[in-house]
Write a protein that binds this ligand. Structure first.
Ligand code: SAM
Length: 307
């Protein structure tokens, strides 16, 4: 990738971080792979800060009604630092990405940090997709980032099924439906990856917020029931620009499909079909009623409703 110009006068790896293009790891990853990154340096470098500011300033206005609630920049940087080495040289599908983790990974990748070989961002918001595409084009990683309009209520387009090494999602948490909103995003992610695929999921799990505990329990049971193992879980990793609960923290889960656990891949609910809004009550909380928009157009005034 060419050098990015988002921080004039600064190029190469951020100081203090052992970045550098790595060959794809041949051994299996474990939670030990992420531990050093968590315990490691936390000081944000100039390159990381500039990249995060760029992303933050480029993002369209967040639509709170549809759960667009940006992660705090320092947490997003830490998150990207943590996962980028795992995703390096892999094909990664992002299911929703208002946070713009893909763009931050790409920007730092243009400065020799680990970077996926291919990133596909699926989102129902054209503004998010256009912004990510613009950042990638301007900063030298358009060859690695592809965007496609997609609504999780629709089946995964057949040409994308089973194509990716990893999925990545920071979904709506489903505070009013025991986490089911998140599980629709996760099921779509699971369908996008190959038989021994992996996933990076961001969800809350907080003893002071019992709904998060119950939702996390249901989601882990859902994963296990469909042959997905939680290989690592790091709590209290991220906070959000969330006015009504600024202290809500989310966890990072790294999951892996055990392809041969039962000889066959057990089908998850929702896979291969369209989901009707009433199947998942309160998808965006109790205050947002269906019909939900099929997509968010670049001209937000023209937002349409599903028939
Ligand atoms: C729901 S937000 C979750 C909060 C997260 N911190 C964020 O803002 O990215 C994640 C992404 O899902 C997208 N999204 C919401 N509803 C969707 C839907 N029905 N289909 C596809 N993407 C959707 C949003 O546009 C956003 O980019």
């Amino acid at each position: 990738m060419g050098a990015s110009t988002f921080l004039p006068g600064v190029s190469g790896a951020p100081r203090g971080i052992a970045y550098g293009r790595r060959a794809a790891p041949t051994r299996r990853w474990t939670s030990a792979d992420v531990r050093p990154s968590v315990q490691g340096r936390t000081q944000v470098t100039a390159v990381e800060r500039a990249a995060a500011i760029l992303v933050e300033q480029a993002r369209p206005l967040a639509l709170r009604a549809y759960d667009q609630i940006p992660m705090r920049s320092e947490d997003l940087i830490r998150q990207v630092r943590l996962v980028a080495p795992l995703l390096a040289d892999r094909a990664v599908a992002f299911v929703g990405d208002y946070d713009s983790a893909s763009a931050l990974i790409g920007l730092l990748g243009a400065h020799d940090a680990p970077c996926p070989s291919h990133m596909l961002v699926l989102d129902f918001d054209d503004r998010v997709l256009a912004t990510l595409e613009m950042i990638a084009r301007r900063h030298g990683f358009a060859d690695r980032l592809e965007v496609r309009r997609y609504n999780v209520f629709d089946p995964v387009p057949p040409d994308l099924v089973g194509r990716y090494d990893w999925f990545y999602t920071n979904p709506p948490y489903g505070a009013s439906n025991n986490g089911e909103s998140g599980r629709l995003f996760i099921a779509r992610g699971c369908e996008l990856v190959r038989r021994d695929g992996r996933g990076c999921i961001i969800l809350p799990d907080d003893a002071n917020r019992p709904w998060t505990r119950r939702a996390m329990m249901a989601t882990q049971q859902f994963m296990a029931a469909h042959n997905w193992l939680v290989r690592a879980k790091l709590d209290d990793m991220h906070h959000y620009h969330l006015d009504d609960d600024p202290h809500l923290a989310s966890s990072l889960l790294l999951v892996e499909h055990v392809a041969d656990a039962y000889g066959v891949r057990r089908a998850m609910p929702y896979i291969g079909r369209r989901v009707q809004a009433p199947e998942i009550p309160h998808f965006y909380g109790r205050r947002v009623a269906p019909p939900y928009p099929a997509h968010i157009p670049v001209d937000i005034q023209a937002v349409g409703r599903r028939a």
